[in-house]
Design a protein around this ligand. Sequence first.
Ligand SMILES: *Cc1c(COP(=O)(O)O)cnc(C)c1O
Length: 456
Amino acid sequence: MKNELLRELPSVDELTRDEGLKEAASLHSAALVTEAARAALREVRAGITSGKRSAFSKDELIALTLSRIASMTGPSVKKIINASGTVIHTNIGRAVLSKDAVDAIVFAASNNTNLEFDLVSGERGDRDSLVEEKLKRLTGAEAATVVNNNAAAVLLTLNTLAEGKEVIISRGELIEIGGSFRLPEIIKKSGCVLKEVGTTNRTHPGDYSKAINNNTALILKAHTSNYRVVGFTAEVGLKELAEIGKEYGVPVVEDLGSGSLVDLSEYGVPKEPIVADSVANGADIVTFSGDKLLGGPQAGIAVGKKALVEKLKKNHLKRALRADKLTLSALEATLRLYLNRDTLVERLPTLRHLSRPLSEIEDTAVKAVRLLEAALGKGYVIMIEDGESVAGGGSLPGQGLPTKVISITHIELGPHEIFRNFLNNDPAILGRVNRDRFLLDMRTVDDPSSVVPSGC
Ligand SMILES: *Cc1c(COP(=O)(O)O)cnc(C)c1O
């Protein structure tokens, strides 16, 4: 029986000559169609041999081949509707760019530009100059340089200023960020020697000054961006650290992580450290991400004292870590938005979502519920509830933002099944499961119809 069925399977040649695959063959290379047909036949053959399959049809083989072709040639970047409640979600690409930044990327991608070319002298220029003036203006720093991400900015800073020497850091700030950014490892990979001081919960000024010796190259302060130490705690503020640094002639570097360019409390959002404050408080170098609170492209920015930033730029590692023209263009366009505070919120999606008024979130929820009720059919219970969103991206740890969520339950389906069903939609709809309920957080959803699955 099995052998008979196996003998009935067409050859790869026969299958690819079939009418049903003719069109595919004309759209793609013959080799690709052959590969897909071979894989489809292999799958069916394995099914027959293992006894899982007792029949097959030609249409089935063709459909299998076509779906192989589709997965081989289709785009692997898929859209996700973010209803997760995390505004800056690293796993789904953090900040959604402003239209200005998107336009800048298209412009830079479609043209040759003055990326590293000085139009006045006609000679080679410095790619940082595309953004440096604006970064100086927005942070009050003397100079700035840009690399691929903040991890790279920390690496470049440590390697440039402290290779082969000691870096002093409080035990309370030896952070790990998602995606295996561990500060002790980065310090090691930068060629520096980690010198921990203080304890997990308490570090005092004397801990730093006592640790300084002839081999000390810098004092590092890291923003504990994804957790908070509460209770019996003591931390040495940047201002005080900068004074210690000055007294002993040791530069002080702050890894701010998210680092905001504006005071978020002016927009009704809990305050996050502001880059300009760190500069004003005496940090010699401040590093932060381009795609966290700043709301721009993935990038790492180091601002600070001119003499030190010049050293960063001259390090050969900079060449390996430098940002590309698309990133720099998008970053420049994003920074330009910050020059006009009156229009910043409406034009910068990250800030707009973080500061979105509750009434507007509720409006979107009400509209979405109506559409969901019409689309989901029987068995579902759909309600609007109060909830909490988080900023994400290592910002505002432990501080929820009041929001409105749509909770969806079903008489038979569990919350994880509903979660999966929404995720399997095209485009995928990313909610979250909380206490046995599937939730859609409307804070980051602009169009209520976007959270309605199409195939139900
Ligand atoms: C997020 C973060 C980093 C890493 O930044 P990337 O831009 O993701 O490389 C480093 N330090 C701190 C404190 C952070 O919050």
